[in-house]
Write a protein that binds this ligand. Structure first.
Ligand SMILES: C[S@@+](CC[C@H](N)C(=O)[O-])C[C@H]1O[C@@H](n2cnc3c(N)ncnc32)[C@H](O)[C@@H]1O
Length: 287
């Protein structure tokens, strides 16, 4: 039998991990508003213990650490060695946050220890999401809470649908991906998220839409910001995968089309694009 999460392990320690490190500051700027909303939903209090799943370069882990303070503790877990290395490099010396390279779905976690199971876009990549959430639930205290943010469907997210629309007719079409396959949009279906959490043993599940506009590219001028957004599109996310194996002439035409699509979006020294997420909360039953 194939090792659980083998593809994600390879990808986040390979190309995706490398590109996320390169674009870390820009990705953090873009995802900040979503992380903030999820942290508000988690409502961490001073002294609490938090598990940050798929913490990446640690922006949410460090934000949570400032909320729980020196009496609290935050453990950021991620399968990506390059991203955890970046998280450790960015962490202030006195932070109550620790980082661990591990698969959150199977790594040994202390039983009944955490007050909050948190994630900013890090829980959509498990081969067996129900098994993963059941495993992580055991690390929560009875009555402990879950709060995470994940993307809604690709069709609802302009940073995918608008750009995919722009390259339609340039890049040969491929079969649509399985919407439940591990990846950024695998939690797009609210009913599926509720089923996963229920089967993993959680109660009080709430799944609330959260829409926000966020900077996709930035630069000293509007043109530089558009160039930056195009570069990031070709290196991170669904479009980069669709374009990866295409010949140079198709990539050049796709680049021009993506540039034109970005030029139609607002922003002065940035390109501002709409994104659609779920803020999900749940609770570990008391008994
Ligand atoms: C979209 S990134 C989000 C990173 C970070 N939370 C952020 O908001 O910047 C998804 C992260 O999930 C991590 N990941 C994927 N599968 C994982 C697993 N089984 N266990 C732990 N981390 C995982 C990846 O390595 C990656 O860093």
């Amino acid at each position: 039998m194939a090792e659980q999460n083998a593809y994600q392990l390879a990808d986040w320690n390979g190309q995706s991990g490398e590109h996320w490190v390169v674009h870390q500051a820009r990705l953090d700027a873009r995802l900040a508003v979503f992380g903030k909303a999820a942290i508000e939903a988690a409502a961490p209090a001073a002294g609490e213990r938090v598990l940050d799943v798929g913490c990446g370069a640690g922006a949410s882990t460090l934000a949570l650490a400032t909320r729980v303070g020196a009496a609290g503790h935050v453990l950021g877990v991620d399968i990506s060695e390059p991203l955890i290395a970046r998280a450790r490099a960015l962490a202030p010396k006195d932070t109550p946050a620790l980082f661990r390279v591990a698969d959150a779905s199977s790594t040994e976690l202390p039983e009944g220890t955490f007050d909050i199971l948190f994630s900013r876009f890090g829980v959509m990549f498990f081969d067996d999401p129900t098994g993963a959430f059941a495993h992580m639930r055991h690390a929560l205290k009875p009555g402990g809470r879950v709060a995470f943010v994940c993307w809604r469907g690709a069709a609802e997210n302009d940073w995918v649908s608008l750009l995919m629309g722009a390259i339609k007719g340039i890049v040969p079409p491929t079969a649509p991906p399985d919407p439940e396959a591990p990846g950024p949009f695998s939690f797009g279906d609210r009913g599926r998220v509720a089923r996963i959490l229920t089967a993993a043993g959680f109660t009080d599940i709430a799944i609330v839409p959260f829409d926000a506009s966020a900077p996709f590219g930035e630069g000293a001028t509007r043109d530089a910001a558009i160039d930056d957004a195009v570069k990031m599109t070709f290196e991170v996310g669904p479009l980069s995968r669709a374009l990866a194996d295409q010949p140079d002439d198709i990539r050049a035409r796709a680049s021009a089309a993506v540039r034109a699509a970005f030029a139609g979006l607002p922003g002065e020294r940035s390109v501002v694009i709409d994104s659609a997420a779920w803020i999900v909360t749940a609770r570990n039953p008391v008994s």
